[in-house]
Design a protein around this ligand. Structure first.
Ligand code: SF4
Ligand code: SF4
Length: 437
């Protein structure tokens, strides 16, 4: 694609990067076929190609964002299906990240939209605040229907509906500690505790730590870890995202210096995509660029790491699993086979639901901010999953698990919970009544 940026504009490294991404797009439109918002809404401006044109026009003309571009960029899930499909290697992720930062800096959102986004940015990344908010949401749930009557309040209704009726107690595994290897030691890793996941489902990291230590891996939960910054990064709040990234880079660098790390294990794939991008996010920071690149190189989805440990083939469990491949795992990190191969080796029958490339509509805060499109994608996803007639659904991202679980009676568990169970750990919570094995 031809671009028309001035030399002065290109002196800004962020604009220069956007320009080099734009130049790779050849307008072929292959990406439209796999874009969930184009498939759902049928509008070219809700396709990757349409958004690329809108971004190009805004950046080239040095314009502030307007209602049109905000509407179509806000509707983008950042699922990155377009990057898997694109034959020209267009780096849509970094282009849309840049557009979101530009929007955040130049556009004044309507009041309710602004307040909702502020609240999400102030609550979700902090486990204590998030836990309290979930408890309050449980009380407010009967009023979700009332909020639905007013367009600007629909995100509140979506939030109340997504909140679980009961919040599990905090887990000891989320506290800073070193969990020593319970077999001949063959590795040392740090694990991201994260923000929303340990509140919604502490059993996921418990299972990961339990499995890894039994396999001979020492697992460190370092002091000072926090939210990876993905939630605010996707809102265009770059400074807040970079602060989170720097804090975690410092924490993990200390852990590397103290005892070495073979990997930084991530059990929420949405976070994994962002941590693997720290090196890029902090590339212009002279103090952090190198440290961040080192951290990104060590970041591994838990299944990526487990795949290196040669787990034994286990006898059949007689259970059929529909494996939901989270967008952040399959498109963001290109981790597609490891989770399925591990589940198969562990004795499960694994089914790939149709249209597996399409997002479930969770996408960070998308299911709150864009509840209508999100619900359509969720229902389509659940219908496709249910076609495989599974006993259980497995996924590697808490957002997807919550989203899919809100629309089906089939139990949804994290891949690592099933692996831990298959190799001698506890049965994932919530399966006791659902599965008789
Ligand atoms: S990231 Fe997903 S929703 Fe956004 S343009 Fe690409 S395919 Fe479409
Ligand atoms: S597939 Fe790639 S090159 Fe083709 S229009 Fe989409 S982003 Fe551009």
């Amino acid at each position: 694609m031809q671009t028309n940026f001035t030399a002065e504009q290109l002196a800004d490294p962020h604009v220069a990067e956007a320009e080099s991404i734009l130049r790779k797009c050849v307008h072929c439109g292959f990406c439209t076929a796999t874009c969930p918002t184009y498939v759902t809404l049928g509008n070219e401006l809700d396709s990757p190609r349409g958004r690329i044109y809108l971004i190009k026009d805004m950046l080239e003309n040095g314009r502030p964002a307007d209602d049109q571009i905000v509407t179509h960029i806000d509707r983008c899930l950042s699922c990155l299906a377009c990057t898997t499909t694109c034959p020209s290697g267009v780096d849509y992720m970094h282009l849309v990240d840049h557009a979101r930062i530009h929007i955040e800096k130049t556009y004044r959102r309507p009041l309710m939209n602004r307040l909702t986004r502020n609240m999400l940015a102030m609550v979700l990344p902090y486990p204590g605040r998030f836990r309290l908010a979930l408890k309050l949401a449980a009380l407010g749930r009967p009023f979700a229907g009332l909020f639905d009557q007013v367009k600007a309040l629909k995100p509140m209704a979506a939030m109340l509906r997504l909140a679980p009726s009961k919040v599990p107690p905090a887990s000891d595994f989320a506290r800073p500690a070193t969990h020593v290897a319970a077999a001949a030691r063959r590795g040392r890793v740090a694990i991201l505790t994260g923000c929303a996941q340990p509140v919604l489902d502490p059993g996921i990291n418990e299972a990961a730590i339990s499995l890894l230590t039994r396999l001979g891996v020492e697992v460190v939960v370092p002091h000072g870890e926090g939210c990876c910054g993905a939630l605010v990064h996707h809102m265009g709040r770059e400074e807040q995202a970079l602060d989170s990234a720097r804090r975690n880079v410092d924490v993990w660098t200390r852990a590397i210096e103290e005892g070495g790390l073979d990997a930084i294990i991530v059990t929420t794939s949405g976070c994994g995509t962002t941590i693997k991008d720290y090196g890029h996010m902090l590339r212009l920071d002279p103090v952090y660029a190198e440290k961040a690149a080192r951290v990104s190189a060590l970041a591994k989805d838990v299944t990526e790491y487990l795949a290196t440990l040669d787990l034994p083939i286990s006898e059949s469990k007689g259970l059929t699993i529909a494996y939901h491949s989270a967008c952040s795992l399959q498109h963001g990190q290109k981790v597609t086979m490891a989770p399925k191969l591990l589940l198969k080796s562990a004795g499960f029958t694994v089914k790939d639901p149709p249209e597996g490339h399409l997002c479930c509509g969770s996408a960070g805060t998308y299911n709150i901010m864009q509840p209508e499109i999100s619900a359509r994608l969720r229902d389509r996803k659940v219908k496709n999953i249910e076609k495989t007639k599974p006993d259980l659904i497995a996924a590697g991202n808490i957002g997807c698990m919550t989203q899919i679980g809100s629309a089906t009676g089939i139990p949804v568990v994290h891949t690592v919970e099933l692996l831990d169970w298959a190799y001698g750990g506890s049965r994932p919570k919530g399966l006791d009544r659902a599965v008789q094995v």
